[in-house]
Design a protein around this ligand. Structure first.
Ligand code: ATP
Ligand code: MG
Length: 361
């Protein structure tokens, strides 16, 4: 049985003045100690979800529960929740220690206890030597760590992070992702992070919540989301996915056989459903699950190459199957240097054992 959720959103809707829908009937259970990420396009309701959990926004309808206790009416300060805001909201002319200790100064602690906890929090984020530095003298990555230290010093049950790494350059961002994950495991605190960067979400999270237009599309661990997207939206939002209009041909045990024009495809039915012969479905095919050959063969379909993009270990081929269906194939670069060029015909087939999802047409 799943452990009791730490936080539960129950049918939470938020309608802003003017009728703008921020959240539309969101049900979400957050497990104790997990790293949960809210992912989705701009305006889908990620920040609104965090603000509802923090208590900065009250839902129009629905409830927020903490360990089964209804906290919908509780003020932000009375919740065991802390937030790291996108712009960090630090005091630039105060030193690091004063910034980190700010939240503690509102609690009943002796100054010696406060100083000890500030030092411990800065130690956690690797900034013990910056205690007396002014925030205005720090780099972007260091400021980000000060904001984290300020949030963890109060020992919240839940830490909310709104796009915490978006101000950092790509290299520092990747380094901070690893540090953030490590910090979370060490503290055992529940982290709820917002991002619109799918690579970041996939690399850091225990589970990802994909949101679209104020609703949840799917909640799953990264690998499940990648391999078994539940909807077309998730399939097209996570990584690159060919969405091929296909007709059902027949069943081989677990495998459902389809044809996208001349291209034979196989899919697995998660629901156990078998379509009727000739039924239309959309099959999601990853570019790495397609093979491109110079010669026609069993199970291949010709596609005219319209673009070749260098991706390091692989070449990404943009091609067109018959009927003008665009398709993307990731082909390994060949050792002998030979490769496809624009205008060539590639003979495309599905890699054996590829695990394609079947989506509603
Ligand atoms: N205070 C507000 N007043 C009116 N509308 C709002 C308010 N806050 C958010 N909204 C609207 O609610 C919807 C969800 O906004 P939200 O800020 O949660 O999106 P988001 O997923 O965080 O997007 P982004 O990635 O751009 O930060 C949007 O349509 C937004 O315009
Ligand atoms: Mg936002």
């Amino acid at each position: 049985m799943a452990p009791e959720p730490l936080v539960r959103l129950q049918k939470v809707s938020k309608v802003f003045p003017g009728g703008i829908v921020g959240l539309d009937g969101v049900d979400l259970d957050i497990a104790p100690g997990e790293f949960l990420t809210l992912l989705g396009p701009s305006g889908c309701g990620k920040t609104t979800s965090l603000r509802v959990i923090a208590g900065f926004e009250s839902p129009t309808s629905g409830n927020v529960l903490l360990e089964s206790r209804d906290i919908t009416g509780l003020r932000p300060f009375d919740r065991p929740v802390n937030t790291v805001f996108q712009d960090y909201a630090l005091f630039p002319h105060m030193d690091v220690a004063a910034n980190v200790g700010f939240g503690l100064s509102l609690r009943k602690l002796t100054s010696a206890e406060q100083a000890k906890r500030v030092r411990e929090a800065l130690d956690m984020v690797g900034l013990a030597d910056k205690l007396r530095a002014r925030v205005s003298e720090l780099s972007g990555g260091q400021r980000q760590r000060v904001a984290l230290a300020r949030a963890i010093v109060c020992e919240p049950r839940v830490l909310l992070l709104d796009e915490p790494l978006s101000a950092l350059d790509a290299h520092l961002r990747e380094q901070m992702q690893v540090e953030l994950k490590r910090l979370q495991s060490r503290l055992g605190t529940t982290f709820v992070m917002v991002t619109h960067d799918q690579t970041e979400a996939l690399s850091i999270s225990d589970r990802i919540v994909v949101m679209n237009k104020g609703r949840i599309e799917q909640i799953a661990p990264p690998a499940t989301l990648y391999d078994r997207p539940a909807t077309r939206f998730v399939a097209s939002f996570i990584g690159t996915m060919n969405l091929l209009q296909s007709r059902f041909v027949g069943r081989d045990g677990e495998r459902l056989r389809f044809a996208a024009g001349e291209l034979p495809l196989e899919a697995i039915s998660d629901s156990g459903e078998t379509p009727a012969a000739g039924d239309a479905r959309t099959i999601g095919v990853r570019p790495e699950d397609l093979l491109a050959d110079g010669e026609a063969g069993e199970g291949t379909a010709p596609a005219r190459v319209s673009g070749v993009v260098f991706h390091g270990r692989t070449l990404r081929l943009h091609a067109e199957l018959g009927e003008g269906t665009a398709i993307i194939i990731d082909a390994p670069r060949r050792a002998d240097g030979s490769q496809f060029s624009v205008g060539d015909v590639a003979h495309v087939s599905l890699r054996r054992g590829a695990n394609c999802p079947m989506l509603a047409s």
